[in-house]
Design a protein around this ligand. Structure first.
Ligand SMILES: [Zn+2]
Length: 257
């Protein structure tokens, strides 16, 4: 409301004066309230759900490599940075590594657990000795590890739960998260088939939140590699991952962006 509007009222009696005073007070409160609302809405909405992004490999652990020497550890760190950029307007993020160094698997998931992250997404690219192999695979933890002895029973006398079993109560949510990520990636229309799979992973088994490992394309496939290293397409892939994470959080009753 503009101050000049106040001058339209003449002071012709005590009643009119009181009316004008009331109007002034209402106007001032309205303006203050309007200013407050504007200042609040101008702030980006930051939600408490922390997103843990785990760029795979690092340091001497290079991961997969393409024929031209492009390394998985570099591609996934770049993708993690892009994903962080897409998420930070709405959500806080945590990267388990921020440069080219090695981080043990246990430390990666420990970071996410201790920070009480709401989602854990471990970024990788696949590699194959056959260049024809292409596409993305999103892995969730398989509850039965055939290669190792069964994990110890959940809980101990002092109430401490084994980290090997922390993922079990989150399995259905992890499957849902994987589905949202798949749908978002497929919506890009890239020639990048996306499928879901299970894996017996010590990384995922110890994650105390919805968690997936995603191998985004095959670095050894020329087409997939091109999508991963070109700025425009890498940005779109990161944007799709952010969309998938956001859709999962919103549809599962967490705060909407
Ligand atoms: Zn990898």
């Amino acid at each position: 409301m503009q101050p000049t509007e106040m001058t339209h009222f003449k002071i012709t009696s005590t009643g009119t004066l009181i009316f004008q005073r009331v109007l002034q007070i209402v106007c001032i409160h309205f303006c203050l309230l309007s200013g407050f609302i504007v200042s609040v809405s101008a702030q980006p909405a930051i939600h408490p759900q922390l997103i843990a992004i785990d760029p795979g490999h690092g340091g001497t652990d290079t991961g997969a490599a393409s024929l031209d020497g492009t390394l998985e550890k570099d591609v996934v760190l770049s993708l993690a940075r892009r994903l962080e950029t897409y998420l930070t307007p709405d959500y806080p993020t945590l990267l388990t590594r921020t440069d080219d160094y090695r981080v043990p698997l246990a430390d990666r998931v420990s970071l996410a657990n201790h920070a009480d992250a709401s989602v854990f997404i471990s970024l990788h690219t696949a590699g194959s000795r056959r260049m024809q192999h292409q596409g993305t695979v999103i892995f969730c933890h398989h509850p039965v590890d055939q290669l190792r002895p069964a994990p110890p029973a959940t809980g101990t006398a002092d109430g401490i739960q084994s980290w090997d079993t922390l993922q079990e109560p989150h399995r259905s949510d992890s499957l849902a998260l994987a589905g949202y990520l798949r749908d978002a990636l497929q919506s890009l229309g890239f020639p990048l088939p996306v499928r879901l799979s299970d894996i017996a992973s010590p990384l995922l088994s110890a994650a105390d939140m919805p968690a997936v490992i995603i191998e985004v394309g095959h670095l050894t496939h020329p087409g997939d590699r091109a999508l991963l290293i070109r700025t425009a397409t890498a940005d779109r892939i990161a944007g799709a991952l952010a969309e998938g994470i956001t859709a999962f959080l919103v549809d599962n009753g967490n705060a909407a962006p």
